[in-house]
Ligand binder design. Structure first.
Ligand SMILES: Cc1cc2nc3c(=O)[nH]c(=O)nc-3n(C[C@H](O)[C@H](O)[C@H](O)COP(=O)(O)OP(=O)(O)OC[C@H]3O[C@@H](n4cnc5c(N)ncnc54)[C@H](O)[C@@H]3O)c2cc1C
Length: 295
């Protein structure tokens, strides 16, 4: 947590998922079913029918499409085609505590900004493991995510970067990679009894590390709106989108700006460094209070 007004913490994705999964398992109104792929949906004034790849049809009062960046549900709500490839690729890896060079170990979130690259690292689980994310510009485009990565490509892009960065990268044998995509913000997140949530509604680049945070805020907001209007779900969904679309649009847009800021070269990089040098930590936290200050 930061010692300033806006608290910030990092947590392992698996640990966050476990909180949600355990909450679902302990609620007997929720049935968790995996390995079932949604193909289509239909709706009328009273219900939604979900059509699975297996051909099975499931009926319910509403549908919340939280099916991520490549959402099928979004196709029929927004219909804005494929996500936009940013031209940036992220490589991710995890080190154990004793694999991190002693002088490079830090309890803080550290970002090394270089021309067209950056490296972020921070400890997780009280320092048991160390998370690394290395990002660089590339024309490569692979749909989906979590593919095994070619370390040679990473080396080619980070060649010549600071020795601290190179020493950290040297420690990694296996990387996973993501082609980073986002979309333009939109405000139409629902149609009748069907609504979008999380990356399906507002996919963003990860430069503010906020995609899962925004999805979680969405969930809190939609729960409030449905509780306030349980008999009129289309109205509850509209109220939820109304509450959320500008906040999430701001994160989508600012994430792109931060990406450019991190990867700046030449005079743009000099300007960035000059701007950051004169700022106090309090001013830096204040500049991002719109985000960490809460919904
Ligand atoms: C490199 C990288 C780093 C990131 N770092 C951070 C970070 O530090 N902090 C942060 O908050 N966010 C971060 N994010 C973003 C975060 O991962 C996403 O915003 C978040 O996972 C979105 O959650 P979601 O539930 O909306 O979608 P997802 O996590 O994508 O989940 C969608 C689910 O829907 C399922 N699904 C998809 N299609 C279908 C279908 N047709 N039928 C049935 N199921 C389907 C998928 O299998 C998946 O389980 C990062 C993203 C990347 C790529």
């Amino acid at each position: 947590m930061g010692k300033f007004k806006q608290p910030y913490a990092v947590t392992h994705r698996h640990d966050l998922h476990s909180v949600f999964i355990n909450a679902c398992k302990s609620n007997n109104l929720i049935a968790l079913e995996t390995n079932r792929t949604v193909e289509e949906f239909e709706q009328d004034d009273t219900e939604v029918t979900l059509i699975l790849q297996s051909g099975e049809r499931i009926r319910g009062r509403a549908l919340i499409g939280c099916d991520g960046m490549w959402s099928k549900i979004r196709d029929k709500i927004v219909g804005d085609g494929k996500p936009l490839a940013s031209g940036h690729i992220a490589y991710r890896a995890v080190l154990k505590r004793d694999e991190v060079p002693e002088d490079l170990w830090s309890p803080d979130v550290i970002l090394w900004a270089g021309p067209r690259t950056h490296l972020v690292h921070y400890p997780l689980r009280r320092g048991e493991i160390f998370n690394l994310v290395a990002v660089f510009h590339s024309k490569r485009y692979v749909e989906g995510w979590n593919a095994e990565a070619d370390a040679g490509e990473l080396w080619a892009h980070f060649n010549g970067q600071r020795p601290e960065v190179m020493r950290m990268l040297e420690r990694i044998d296996t990387w996973r990679m993501w082609v980073l995509c986002d979309r333009e913000p939109v405000k139409e997140w629902s149609k009748g009894r069907v609504v979008l949530l999380g990356d399906a509604a507002h996919p963003m680049l990860q430069y503010l590390a906020q995609g899962a945070c925004m999805a979680t805020e969405d969930a809190a907001s939609i729960a409030d709106k449905v509780a306030a209007s349980p008999e009129d779900l289309p109205a509850a969904f509209r109220a939820y989108a109304q509450e959320r679309y500008l906040r999430t649009a701001r994160v989508q847009i600012m994430a792109r700006v931060y990406g450019d800021f991190y990867h700046a070269r030449g005079p743009a990089a000099e300007l960035r460094n000059q701007m950051l040098k004169v700022r106090t930590p309090e001013q830096s936290y204040e500049s991002i209070s719109w985000l960490y200050g809460g919904m």
